[in-house]
Each structure stands twice: as C-alpha cells, then as structure tokens.
Design a protein around this ligand. Structure first.
Ligand SMILES: [Zn+2]
Ligand SMILES: [Zn+2]
Length: 259
C-alpha cells in the first residue's frame, strides 16, 4: 500500500506490537506514507481506547518515529475518533496531529461491530439499523471535524444486509461527505471480518467515484502482520473506479499522491 493511514498501537488495549514493528513492516512492503490513527480517548467504552493522559505520550512517540524513519518512510499522526456527540472532546478535536478519522462504531451506545454483543441484532430491524448508521455518518461529515471517513459501511461487518437498496440508505451520507470535502478510506479490514468484503462495497464505491470523492487506503492494522493487508486488492478496486491518486494529510492539509 503506497499510503496506509489507519493503524493502531497497543495504547488502545486491543492492538499488539510496537510502533517500530508496524513501521518496519510498512517500510519492507514499500509503503511511502504510514499513518497511525489509534482510538482516541473518550469518556465511554474506555477499555478499548487510550486514556487522555496517554495523548502526549502517543504524539511524542510518533514524532520521534517520524524523525527517526524520515529517510525511509513518511510517518503521519492521527486519531480514529468515535462520532458520539456527547462524548466528543476538544482535547482530541484540537490535537496537533496530521488528520482525524471519523468513525461510527456505536448506535445508541451499542457496539454493533463487537462480536461480544452480536445477539443484539436479533432485537433490531436491519433496515432501521442501516438508516440510523448512515444518519450518524452524515452528521459526522456535517460536523466538519474530520478529514477521513473510517470504514464507510462498517454496519455490514457481521454480514447482515438490508432489504432496501444500500445506495438509497447511504445517499444522504455520501452527499454530506462530498459537501464536507472529506476523503473516504478503502479499508481491507472488512476482508478479515464475517462480511469478507472491502469497506466500502461496490455499490457505494460507484457512488463515491461518481461524486469524485477522494480516497485513501487503510489496513486498520491491530497487529504488525496486518500492515498493508490486501493492498493489491485495494489498489485494483480504486483503479477499477478510475482513481489514480490517493490522499494523505499533513497538519490537516490534504495532498494527493499518484499510485
Ligand atoms: Zn480497534
Ligand atoms: Zn474503526
């Protein structure tokens, strides 16, 4: 993967391997821009994210790594932020990092992508879930706090699909993403989950390409061995939809890189 902007560190309590381990795999596989975007702290679901007091440690570690590896690879810094309005925190939104990824992992405080809580799907109407999910994505884009949309259709993670056309369900969210001038990541993480598909799926890829929304690439690695995972598949998908450039960010400014 020429650029891979979504990677975690052990500070979030559910990823393994040192920052060095991740970077070394990225260097060995020819990645030019490698970004960490660990789960930002928030006063909810605290066991799956770093603590507020870890932020300076995290940012200092990335700065140190960026300097040390500058001749081999460009290391970028970010956070993956849960879009949950009551819990959004200025310390994260104003952090001096290169970019923020906005993600939706919770609906009514239910972690729908956590296999431990999968039985909750039995109590829900799948179309309503998809509608609520994409409403949150729309609001996330409208908040104008984030540069990248994390795993756009994560709601398919457990391989439950809506009866209604997903294009109709996601339409307003994609419009809001375009209007906010955000970037959508093509993520191989879905290939490792029950759905076994890239995020976003083809129907949504077509809409994104049609709207000329810029893309970037993401392995969402929680272990060094996942760095660059299925990079060829992501690149081929992007090329099939007419893309030849991907986005990176420095200090929240977008740059386009040819691939
Ligand atoms: Zn994670
Ligand atoms: Zn995520």
């Amino acid at each position: 993967m020429i650029a891979d902007l979504h990677n975690h560190t052990p500070l979030c309590n559910h990823a393994k391997g040192s920052i060095d381990d991740y970077i070394q795999v990225a260097v060995a596989s020819g990645t030019r821009y490698f970004g960490f975007s660990d789960h930002a702290p928030m006063a909810f679901d605290t066991q799956y994210r770093m603590r507020f007091e870890d932020m300076p440690i995290y940012e200092a570690q990335l700065k140190e790594a960026r300097d040390r590896y500058q001749n081999e690879i460009t290391v970028l810094s970010g956070y993956e932020v849960d879009f949950m309005p009551p819990y959004l925190d200025e310390r994260v939104l104003n952090a001096k990092v290169d970019y923020l990824i906005g993600s939706v992992h919770f609906l009514d405080e239910w972690g729908f992508d956590n296999p431990d809580y999968i039985q909750e799907y039995q109590n829900r109407d799948i179309d309503t879930l998809y509608r609520d999910y994409f409403e949150q994505i729309k609001m996330m884009a409208q908040s104008r706090q984030f540069q990248i949309v994390g795993h756009l259709d994560l709601i398919k993670v457990m391989d439950f699909h809506p009866k209604q056309d997903v294009r109709t369900l996601a339409k307003e969210a994609i419009k809001a993403i375009k209007k906010a001038d955000m970037v959508v990541e093509l993520s191989s993480a879905g290939l490792r989950k029950p759905v076994k598909e890239i995020y976003p799926g083809r129907a949504l890829m077509e809409m994104i390409a049609e709207a000329e929304i810029p893309i970037t690439f993401a392995s969402d690695a929680h272990h060094p061995k996942q760095v660059g995972f299925a990079g060829d598949k992501l690149r081929q998908l992007a090329q099939q939809y007419g893309y030849s450039q991907c986005a990176i960010f420095r200090e929240k400014e977008r740059e386009m890189i040819k691939f």
